[in-house]
Design a binder for this molecule. Sequence first.
Ligand code: 6PG
Length: 256
Amino acid sequence: MSSNRKCRFHVNVSDTEDKLVQSLSDVLKRCSSQALENAKTFRVGLSGGSLVQLLTSALVSSGLDTKCWQFFFCDERYVAQDHNESTYWAYKTQMLTKLPNILDSQFIKADTSVSLDKCASDYAERIVNEFGTSCPVFDLLLLGMGPDGHTCSLFPEQPANLAETERLIIPIRDSPKPPPERITFTLPLINNAKDVVFVVTGASKSDVVKRVFAGMDKKFPSAWVEPTHGQLTLIADSAAGETFLGQTCHCAHETN
Ligand SMILES: O=C(O)[C@H](O)[C@@H](O)[C@H](O)[C@H](O)COP(=O)(O)O
């Protein structure tokens, strides 16, 4: 276990999907009520993949009031908005159909009809406009992680992207995970968030969970996620999180 993590770090390993969904609901409840104490909008960044279904289940089972929530995309695939590989489309077809109270207008989408570079710069501009500042602080980012340790569309094969210090959103070409063209949040935007939560499931990720969250092995992009003033949480099932089994809360180097 590493003890030199700079941010607060919590781990929650669940042995059933129901319990994992409950942990996710608890985080949503905590973060949304904290945000809405001081602001009119709760702003969440979403990832794709398995999170779509898990978040849908968490919102359905918790019955949380989402009318003041706004959803952004931590990464998006550069395909048409109604393409079956679009992350927005996955939420539209899988989440909005089960949660009719959430309006399409609550999603801040990327415009994938323009060039890839423009799509990235334009999405950054949308975010800056929504937040009214050039240094946006998300209330919550929900991240996934691949078995290769990628998160958002930051891949281990493209380490230069981890060095980005200026842009909030960058275009990605030749992504090892299809589709090849994407846009993604960069580390400065990710690490400026108040709460960053990884939701990771499946035995194929158990080794990388250990190497990223216990070993903090910087070979993996996910290990670079350390909110500067915020909190990091890992929600995992027991297959992915076996390293942390039995630890309800692993708080390494609490700094507040
Ligand atoms: O474009 C995507 O697929 C994602 O946004 C990606 O970053 C995803 O979050 C991880 O690959 C984990 O996906 P799974 O949870 O489905 O393994």
